[in-house]
Design a protein around this ligand. Structure first.
Ligand SMILES: [Zn+2]
Length: 277
């Protein structure tokens, strides 16, 4: 635990200022983002399950040692082909949410980026259409690219993980001689795990974007330090409760990141205005 900055401040008498400057976690954006993620994941999984139930499966399916290669040729390949479109859609969605976060955080209107997806490669963020607001806010372009790419990588891991799981289940089915209906059901039951993961990713990534935008907004105002402020309820982690009121330099956050950055963290930075400067 990094406890390098030790300027503890009394908590009393800070409430009115705290309310006035509070940087809220954008809960409604998180909810929107989750529902968009769900529906694009849902489309992908529906296609996969459809392909599985329509697959012409040989009679000796589970007795044959070639089952896995059959599956990867007939089922896996189609699933992989569907991924390129899915990933591109995810990247466009992420970019849209980035634009929304920047609008909430800085009141800056960003045009959507041109998002391209190179199969087997990463997401490509092209130039923006319309007026280039990045000329006045160059940091936004850098943050947008980083956030959209990191986020898309996380979401891409969901279908990839799912395909790995399907291969494992199939191997088990072969080893244990399951009936095909049992295998189909086992694969379809896996659907709920990525859904939970989508909630986690959405909550985490919106929090990180919010945290990054709030840090940058302070920099724009020439603020160098902030006080750590927490939700001060039973859900807040103990290390963060211990940091309440502690001052941090914007460029030297604690090991787990600035307020709002760690997963499910609802803490926020209270700017320290340096009047003398
Ligand atoms: Zn926290």
């Amino acid at each position: 635990m990094a406890e390098t900055k030790k300027t503890k401040q009394p908590k009393q008498g800070k409430k009115s200022k705290k309310e006035a400057t509070r940087w809220l976690y954008p809960e409604s954006v998180n909810i929107d983002y989750q529902s968009v993620l769900f529906s694009s994941l849902d489309d992908w999984f529906k296609k996969i399950n459809e392909q599985l139930s329509q697959a012409q499966i040989p009679l000796d399916f589970l007795s044959s040692i070639s089952t896995l290669s059959y599956l990867s040729a007939n089922f896996g390949a189609d699933a992989i082909n569907e991924l390129a479109g899915f990933f591109k859609q995810v990247a466009i969605t992420n970019d849209g949410f980035w634009v929304k976060m920047v609008k909430i955080g800085t009141n800056t209107d960003l045009a959507p980026a041109e998002v391209n997806y190179a199969p087997g490669d990463s997401v490509i963020i092209g130039g923006t259409t319309g007026i280039d607001v990045y000329r006045s806010e160059p940091w936004l372009r850098e943050m947008q690219t980083t956030w959209v790419q990191e986020n898309t990588q996380l979401i891409k891991s969901i279908p990839k993980q799912h395909l790995d799981d399907v291969a494992k289940i199939t191997q088990q089915a072969v080893d244990e001689g399951w009936r095909i209906e049992k295998l189909r059901k086992a694969i379809q039951d896996r659907f709920h795990i990525p859904e939970n993961r989508a909630v986690l990713i959405a909550t985490d990534q919106i929090g990180k974007a919010n945290s990054a935008v709030s840090m940058q907004r302070m920099r724009d105002y020439g603020i160098r330090k902030y006080k750590w402020r927490g939700a001060m309820d039973s859900r807040e982690r103990k290390e963060h409760v211990d940091r309440e009121g502690e001052e941090f330099d914007i460029d030297h956050p604690p090991e787990d990141g600035p307020p709002g950055y760690p997963i499910r963290c609802r803490c926020w930075p209270e700017p320290v205005w340096d009047i003398a400067a």
